[in-house]
Design a binder for this molecule. Structure first.
Ligand code: A3P
Length: 322
């Protein structure tokens, strides 16, 4: 059934234009036991702070690698939490910043070596992961990523679409307030004032039409190369979601309940790396949302419903969204 969904793909029109990874030697098989890696991560941490020497890089054969997996979105889906939690895995190294290589024309023009230089140092058999949620909705990105590595693994974390749209609005609202600017209420933006129908021109609404964006990606990548993460469950009960990602990335299961603890003050799960080092996400993650008129919520939920059904069908992952 999945194959039949590729109806708009004309076979043979999308040939890899010399994928960059194919010009590189194949990745080395895993040699260092994971426990050793965990120990050596201390070194990687020092490196990121600029405390490791070139000599250490040479000695430990550390390299800056292009990502083998990318969290492509969705904005406000829980992309930061997912990246930070995956980084608990000893074989994963995260690019801390959003690089915006594929969605920003200026960055893209700087070339793939610029992108690689933005990546953290890692052991050759570790996998580097970056996240830039704008990738999911930006027209040019699927083709550009495909040209870099046609077999890359793509992670998409989604939340119930109306909640995600409100979260998106809340982030923008906070930015406006910080600059002492006024902003419309969510209801005014989400509905077209003339028709009282859902305003599909509003970006926060458009971004939540997941299937529309995914269909563009499917012109380049088969559905098997995507893994959908349930962002609502990542908030409530992260471990099972992380275990599914470990399996998708062909990694041994290493993230455990020990690494995740619920912080009642924060109201979210936080991360425990070891006995001395733990951290919660920044306060900008987990904002209080404004109350939204229930009739507008219902209108949005009804609007998203058919798109959600299509999204379930394509991805094979079903959610209890209204
Ligand atoms: P809210 O601010 O709406 O609650 P992103 O990183 O893609 O911007 O997503 C932000 C969302 O991540 C937050 O949305 C929050 O709900 C969610 N999230 C998931 N797990 C979290 C965690 N452990 N700590 C903080 N926020 C988390």
């Amino acid at each position: 059934m999945l194959q039949s969904l590729f109806f708009n793909i004309v076979p043979g029109t999308l040939q890899p234009i010399c994928p960059i990874e194919s010009r590189l030697p194949p990745p080395e098989p895993e040699q260092i036991p994971l426990r050793t890696l965990q120990f050596k991560r201390g070194l990687l941490h020092e490196l990121r702070k600029g405390n490791a020497t070139k000599e250490q890089i040479r000695l430990h054969h550390l390299v800056q690698q292009l990502p083998r997996a990318i969290i492509i979105g969705v904005r406000k889906g829980g992309t930061r939490a997912l990246l930070e939690m995956l980084n608990l895995h000893p074989a994963v190294v995260k690019a801390s910043q959003e690089i915006h290589f594929f969605d920003n024309d200026q960055n893209y023009a700087r070339g793939i070596d610029w992108y690689r230089e933005k990546m953290p140092f890692s052991f050759p058999h570790q996998i580097t992961i970056e996240k830039s949620p704008a990738y999911f909705i930006t027209e040019e990105v699927p083709e550009r990523i495909f040209k870099m590595n046609s077999s890359i693994k793509l992670l998409i974390i989604v939340r119930e679409p109306t909640t995600r749209a409100v979260s998106d609005y809340t982030q923008v609202l906070e930015g406006k307030e910080r600059k002492n600017k006024t902003y419309h209420k969510f209801e005014k933006l989400a509905l077209d004032s003339n028709t009282c129908e859902v305003n599909t021109k509003y970006k926060a609404v458009r971004t939540s039409i997941y299937t529309k964006h995914l269909e563009r990606w499917l012109k380049y990548f088969p559905v098997e190369q995507f893994h959908i993460v349930d962002g609502d469950r990542l908030i409530m009960d992260p471990l099972p979601e992380l275990q599914l990602v470990e399996r998708f990335l062909n990694l041994p299961s290493r993230i455990s309940q020990y690494n995740l603890y619920f912080n009642a003050t924060r109201g979210f799960y936080c991360l425990r790396f070891n006995i001395v080092f733990n951290k919660c996400l920044a306060g900008s993650k987990g904002r209080t949302h404004p109350e939204v008129d229930p009739s507008v919520v219902t209108k949005l939920q009804n609007f998203f419903h058919p798109f959600n059904q299509k999204f379930y069908q394509i991805t094979g992952r079903t959610f209890n969204w209204p």
